[in-house]
Design a protein around this ligand. Structure first.
Ligand code: A3P
Length: 295
């Protein structure tokens, strides 16, 4: 029975052509009816784009760099995950509804699936984008170690699956294009993982400003230090080490895996790279978004 249960949990279902976890789809009407509030800040990412990283940064900014205040709960419990549903645990919607304002929430949903009240209330959106190739590599290793997501198969198989967008939360291409397109119409701060790697302090300053905060230099420097890959990899509150192995098997691949730009070069063959570049050009035609794929 145990195997069947886990097997069923791994299945994806679709909403408007976007594959999502079955438990999320089963809870879809509650998710769509979610009531956002005008002072909500929503952290938005495609999976594996630096969600945990930006969550830790936002949390430290909110608490003015006070490490003790940030380190009371594990990162997964700090910002309710809107589309999360895994009964009998409380859903993301239920957790968010129970949270006092001003709330900081998170989602991986593409724009077309976001609960409409976020637009109606003109919430703040903080989007972090990561280049497609590194995202694919990171997602591949994540699906290998995540026991409640579908098995990615071989790297060659996953390469095709990722391109076709048959992965949880759908195609990278449309996700990134969708959020980029509306960046001037709503209050959106659009950041890139690669810029964060290049100059973390500068990107943190943008977030501070966006959150309407004012922090002094020493606090900023402290946040930069505390949110380095090395620190977050060691920290049990950010490295997911408290999640049971039956859900995240870190002996297969650690959650804090490499945290670099350009690891795709260790995975893509020359011909995969050529094919990917061509598909990328087709799928990203007409958008002005530019990514950096190595530093
Ligand atoms: P890799 O698998 O390439 O190492 P998410 O939180 O959206 O699931 O993204 C996870 C990815 O972000 C992983 O990428 C992880 O290592 C990376 N990451 C997390 N914290 C980081 C940090 N402080 N600096 C750099 N990369 C970080």
């Amino acid at each position: 029975a145990m195997t069947t249960e886990l097997g069923e949990q791994k299945q994806l279902k679709e909403v408007a052509g976007i594959p999502l976890q079955a438990t999320t789809v089963d809870n879809w009407s509650q998710i769509q009816k979610f009531e956002a509030k005008p002072d909500d800040l929503l952290i938005c990412t495609y999976p594996k784009s630096g969600t945990t990283w930006i969550q830790e940064i936002v949390d430290m900014i909110e608490h003015n760099g006070d490490v003790e205040k940030c380190q009371q709960v594990i990162i997964q419990h700090r910002h309710p995950f809107i589309e999360w549903a895994r009964p009998p645990q409380p859903s993301g919607v239920e957790k968010a509804s129970a949270m006092p304002s001003p709330r900081i929430l998170r989602t991986h949903l593409p724009t077309q699936l976001l609960p409409p009240s976020f637009w109606e209330n003109n919430c703040k959106f903080l989007y972090v984008a990561r280049n497609a190739k590194d995202c694919m590599v990171s997602y591949y290793h994540f699906q290998r170690m995540n026991q409640i997501l579908p098995d990615p198969g071989t790297w060659e198989e996953y390469f095709e699956t990722f391109i076709s967008g048959k992965v949880p939360w759908g195609p990278w291409f449309d996700h990134v294009k969708g959020w980029w397109k509306i960046r001037d119409r709503y209050e959106i701060l659009f950041l890139f993982f690669e810029d964060m790697k290049r100059n973390l302090k500068h990107e943190i300053q943008k977030v501070v400003h966006f959150m309407g905060k004012n922090l002094d230099e020493t606090v900023l420097d402290k946040i930069v230090q505390e949110t380095s890959f090395e620190k977050m990899k060691e920290n049990p509150l950010t490295n997911r080490s408290t999640v049971p192995k039956s859900i995240l098997d870190q002996s297969i691949s650690p959650f804090m895996r490499k945290g670099t730009v350009g690891d795709w070069k260790n995975h893509f063959t020359v011909s995969q790279n050529e094919r990917f570049d061509q598909i990328y050009r087709e799928k990203m035609e007409g958008t002005s978004i530019k990514f950096c794929m190595d530093l």
